[in-house]
Design a protein around this ligand. Structure first.
Ligand code: NVA
Length: 221
């Protein structure tokens, strides 16, 4: 059946939990399979996030960004995006909530060729002075909602708020893949501030997902 999918559809976007499900589907399908989100990775989010950064700053290489929150699928894919484009990514997560170790090591290898840097830390304040952008992730990712109460305690310090922004450059920008949890990973003051570009970022998901479809379906070379 999978080998004849092309008789019915031109491509599949799969949003699921296990990365193995995405890989298995891609292995048997005779059409493009796009990872719309898995537990391990979220390449569509990362691609549109770097599009937003490029749109704002005109470049990616040498841009310094801090990722604050859970070292989850979004973080894993952002590491690849940063490593491949020569960005400096500083990741602040609580202990035991860091990104996938294999991906981290893989991105360090890629970074050697592009000049990117990828740093892991448990302190967001230490990272702030040099960053041009904060990228945030909520404390309890999709599928982890039952752990919310526990994570509120562990992630309490990993909040983007006025105090943290005041440590960064005045021009620092704030990105969040949304939906935001006001008062948890981000305060109203930060989310609604002039530094926040979250709605541009959300709009760009639409444009970049269309670009991915065009590219994979053969409409644009
Ligand atoms: N806005 C994102 C959240 C990912 C965790 C999405 O739904 O793709």
């Amino acid at each position: 059946m999978a080998k004849t999918l092309s008789r019915y559809v031109d491509g599949i976007v799969v949003r699921t939990f296990g990365q193995d499900i995405v890989l298995e589907l891609a292995k048997y399908a005779d059409i493009p399979v796009i990872n719309g989100l898995s537990d391990l990775s979220h390449p569509c989010q990362a691609l549109s996030d770097i599009f937003t950064i490029k749109e704002r700053l005109g470049r990616l290489k040498g841009v310094t960004l801090a990722y604050v929150g859970d070292g989850n699928n979004v973080c894993n894919s952002l590491m690849y995006a940063a490593a491949k484009t020569g960005m400096n990514l500083k990741i602040a997560t609580p202990k035991r909530f860091g990104p996938n170790r294999e991906i981290y090591e893989d991105t360090l290898d890629i970074a050697k060729k592009t000049g990117a840097t990828i740093n892991l830390s448990m302190m967001q304040e230490r990272q702030s002075k040099t960053v041009m952008l904060f990228i945030l992730m909520f404390w309890a990712s999709m599928g982890k909602e039952k752990e919310t109460w526990k994570r509120k305690i562990l992630f309490g310090k990993f909040q983007v708020n006025k105090a943290l922004i005041s440590l960064a450059k005045p021009s620092v920008m704030i990105m969040h893949c949304l939906p935001a949890h006001r008062g948890q990973e981000i305060t109203n003051e930060a989310l609604d501030s002039r530094n926040s570009i979250v709605f541009d970022q959300a709009e760009n998901r639409l444009h970049v997902q269309k670009a991915i479809l065009i590219r994979l379906l053969g409409g644009y070379k």
